[in-house]
Structure formats: C-alpha cells, structure tokens
Ligand binder design. Structure first.
Ligand code: SAH
Length: 231
C-alpha cells in the first residue's frame, strides 16, 4: 500500500522555544541533505513558524517529515522538505509574481511571500471552502496582509493577476491545466506533481518563446487535483 501514516492526535506540549529549536534543526538538516541551497529560501524557512499552520492535535509533529491532515476534504500540509523541493528548482526569488494552486494550510504561501518580498506578489487558490477559511486565518495570524487567498478552482488559474513568473501546483494532475500555461510569462517556470501510471513525478516546466521545456525531478506523493482539470 502506498501512502503516509498519520500519527495519533494529541494535546500539544511543546513550548515556542522547543519549536524554534526544532525549526533551526530542520533547516540545518535540509541544507545537509541537499534540499536547501538558496539563502532567501533558508531565511524564509527560519522565519515562518510552521507550527501555527497546523491544527492543534498535530502541532507537536510540525517539524517531522510527514504530511499532516487539515480541515476540509483531502487537504494536508506537505512535509517540510517539500517546500525547498518545489521552490529551489522553481528558482523562486525576490520580486517574483507567484501563483500557488492548493493553499492547504497557507504555509507554502507564507514561505513564498518571504522569498518574493514586498516587491513581489503571492496569490494562492484553494478549491475547498473549509480549507480556504483555515488557510486564510493562518495567514492572517502569521501577520501577512498582502497574500491574496482565493476560494476557487485553481485549475483555471487566477487571470486577474496574471501573468506570473512562477507557478506551483501542490496537488497531482494528469496534465498541466492549459489556463496555467497561458497565465505563465515567457521564460516563467511551473512545478507540479503529475500522475504517471501508478506513480507521481515532480515535473518542472519552463515556458519558452516557441514551446515548453520539461524536466522530471523525482517521485512524489500528493493529493490529486480536483475541479475542471481534476483527476
Ligand atoms: N500548499 C499546501 C498543501 C496543499 S495540499 C500547504 O502548504 O499547506 C493540496 C491542496 O490542494 C488541498 O488543500 C486541496 O483542497 C487543494 N486543491 C485540490 N484541487 C484544487 C484545485 N483545483 N484548485 C485549488 N486547490 C485545489
């Protein structure tokens, strides 16, 4: 059977100091095993308290390499290494206009906002209304007032703020939804898990003047995309 084992829910016993220590240790580990390279992504991971994006009963597991359940249907916060896994090949950087499909906890959007800075833009689209409310509340609680969180089908993108320099789809699709390619700038990059038979591959594409260059990175395991271009 393929899947993740979810640890048992329990009351949180860790202090904010415990979480700071765990966060710093996690970042050191991600550098050591090669996932994390760029200083801006490192600073973002050190700054954003992942534990406040996680429902109380799972908070103590915040820095473990497991996805944890979120309110809504089939939503999970991805494991900690997933964020550099996506954002390093994407080359996410200061000033980028970034679109995330699948807000989940809101953590990925917060990390992206730290990387792109005030001069950039973060738009995050979530299809599930319950998960959307959860993400929005977490993002506000974390102190961000300039991340646009939208309740809708991210397969359709968010044309109002397009074009984007970078797009991350954090759910697995059969093929990249065409509206997302349309909303990507030329020389822009998009990263997404794609179903390939019984497996999923993390795929990076770059939009060129006369076509698309595609690179396969590794095997991954994500919840499937819903909506018009859903699986
Ligand atoms: N990026 C998130 C993890 C997302 S899990 C984080 O950092 O926590 C995948 C999310 O994609 C789920 O919340 C799911 O509801 C959402 N999703 C699935 N299909 C979608 C679609 N078509 N549009 C927007 N969100 C979608």
């Amino acid at each position: 059977m393929r899947g993740w084992l979810i640890p048992p829910p329990k009351e949180s016993t860790k202090s904010s100091e415990d979480f700071v220590n765990e966060r710093e240790a996690k970042v050191r580990g991600l550098i050591k095993n090669g996932y994390l390279k760029s200083p801006r992504i490192e600073s973002a991971l050190l700054k954003v308290p992942r534990e406040i994006f996680i429902p109380d009963p799972y908070r103590d597991y915040a820095y473990q390499e497991i996805p944890l359940p979120l309110p809504g249907e089939r939503a999970t916060i991805s494991c900690p290494h997933s964020y550099p896994l996506f954002y390093e090949p994407l080359g996410l950087d200061k000033g980028h206009r970034f679109l995330e499909i699948g807000s989940g906890s809101g953590y990925g959007a917060a990390i992206a906002r730290e990387v792109v800075g005030r001069e950039g833009l973060v738009v995050s689209v979530e299809i599930d209304p319950v998960t959307f409310e959860f993400a929005k509340r977490n993002i506000e609680r974390a102190g961000y007032d300039d991340i646009l969180v939208v309740n809708g089908d991210g397969g359709l993108g968010y044309p109002d703020m397009s074009p984007y320099d970078r797009i991350a789809i954090t759910a697995a699709c059969r093929e990249i939804p065409p509206p997302l390619i349309d909303q990507l700038k030329t020389w822009g990059r998009l990263i997404t898990p794609i179903h390939k038979g019984p497996n999923q591959k993390l795929v990076l594409i770059e939009k060129e003047v006369d076509g698309i260059e595609s690179y396969t990175i590794c095997d991954v395991l994500y919840v499937s995309l819903r909506g018009e271009y859903g699986v």
